[in-house]
Design a protein around this ligand. Structure first.
Ligand SMILES: Cc1ncc(COP(=O)(O)O)c(C=O)c1O
Length: 396
């Protein structure tokens, strides 16, 4: 184990963070490549397609305008916020005031980190279900807070059991951060659960943070419910959306958070002290995205959908059984007995060149699972299953 000797010691905040498993995964991939292995990467959730052409065109037009070259507006351009409001009404049937209830973001990840900093003092508790997308807990840790993890299991349909949370934890908690449709499990949240968690957060005066980065990555006519459809939610909740997966715009870095003015003003206060907001060129591209013909989004989701079929069949053939998820681009599967998630994923990578993410990357409760991202074309997916079969990789 390599230990770094620092010339200038970094803060405890950064030194105490657990190792980012995706960095370790990169090292494994590098090693395998150096051994001449051709990899099929189903590890990281990076969308593999191009951004739809009308969005790229809007960015090209914007970059040629001198008014795009200065610092952008902190909150987001008026037209951008107005289009977000129209889109939220059209897609989720909720009313969001473009003047006071929206803050645009340099991607949802940035906002989720900043909201933790903005609402957490050292010693505060935030509640995060486990498995979780890493920043959902790391934001709190960087802010000096503690995270209370509630396990998500196959038996509870990957919904946190609110009755299991001790009342002293609930009383101390500042934020409860949920993510449905869920990365990494693919789970979705029924309205009854959303009603329960809104009541819970209202009772204990906890800020409910709903991360809907996968709100549009849905199949079989499934549509997720915005938290703001739930009675009383506006008093206690904020909701994050992202352009990354919906419009294949992960590299552009754009998202937004909406909710009542009081909460949005705090996120604005945090961000305006730390950054200059989303580039005007990206904002103009996002306005085009929100207005793009839905066939472009549908084409992205149809592509994932055909990969889902191949992936489900492929794993079934190798002995895995799974509940069918209606959303996200992920499969969350059990590790065969006798391995930790890292040991198993490393063994599979070394034998086959197929890259999966060990469950432990998403939390301590998740070492018995691995995540598969369907971010490779169908031919590559088929090739991955051929290799797994040839190497005798099975669930038994
Ligand atoms: C659950 C979840 N939330 C947020 C994000 C980040 O989205 P963005 O690209 O908008 O920062 C991701 C990205 O993978 C995610 O999986």
């Amino acid at each position: 184990m390599e230990t770094t000797v620092y010339t200038v010691k970094p803060s405890k905040r950064i030194l105490n963070l657990p190792k980012y498993i995706f960095a370790e995964l990169d090292e494994w991939k590098e090693e395998a490549k150096n051994r001449g292995m051709e990899l099929i990467d189903l590890g990281i959730g990076n969308p593999d397609g191009a951004t739809p052409e009308p969005i790229v065109k809007a960015a090209l037009e914007s970059i040629q305008k001198p008014e795009s070259h200065g610092y952008p507006s902190f909150r987001g351009k008026k037209e951008f916020r107005e289009q977000i409001s129209v889109w939220m009404k059209k897609r989720y049937d909720v009313d969001i005031d473009p003047k006071t209830e929206i803050q645009t973001l340099i991607g949802a990840k940035e906002g989720l980190a900043n909201i933790a900093m903005a609402f957490t003092d050292p010693g505060d508790i935030n509640i995060v279900p486990d498995p979780y997308y890493p920043v959902l807990s790391r934001g709190t840790w960087v802010a000096g807070g503690e995270v209370y993890h509630v396990p998500l299991t196959d038996e509870n349909d990957y919904l946190p059991d609110l009755d299991s949370i001790p009342s002293d934890v609930a009383k101390r908690a500042k934020m409860f951060i949920i993510n449905y449709p869920n990365n990494p499990t693919g789970a979705t949240a029924p309205v009854e659960f959303l009603e329960k968690i809104v009541d819970f957060c209202r009772k204990y005066e906890i800020l409910l943070v709903s991360d809907m980065a996968y709100g549009e990555v849905c199949y079989d006519n499934y549509r997720p419910t915005s938290i703001f459809k739930i009675r009383g939610a506006k008093e206690i909740a904020v909701e994050f959306h992202s352009f990354s997966k919906t419009f294949n715009m992960a590299g552009w870095r754009a998202g937004f958070v909406c909710g009542k003015k009081e909460f949005i003003d705090i996120i604005y206060a945090m961000k305006s002290n730390l950054d200059y907001g989303t580039s005007t060129i990206v904002q103009d591209a996002c306005i085009a995205a929100l207005n793009v013909d839905y066939k472009y989004v549908q084409a992205i989701m149809d592509k994932y959908n055909s990969r889902r079929e191949i992936t489900a069949k492929g794993f079934n053939k190798l002995g895995w059984t799974m509940k069918r998820s209606s959303a996200t681009m992920y499969f969350w599967l059990k590790i065969p007995k006798g391995y930790t998630s890292k040991q198993w994923c490393k063994m599979v990578l070394d034998k086959t060149g197929v890259v999966f993410t060990p469950g432990i990357a998403f939390g301590d409760y998740s070492d018995d699972h691995f995540r598969v991202s369907i971010v490779q074309p169908t031919e590559k997916l088929k090739e991955a299953f051929r290799r797994l079969e040839d190497a005798g990789i099975r669930y038994e």
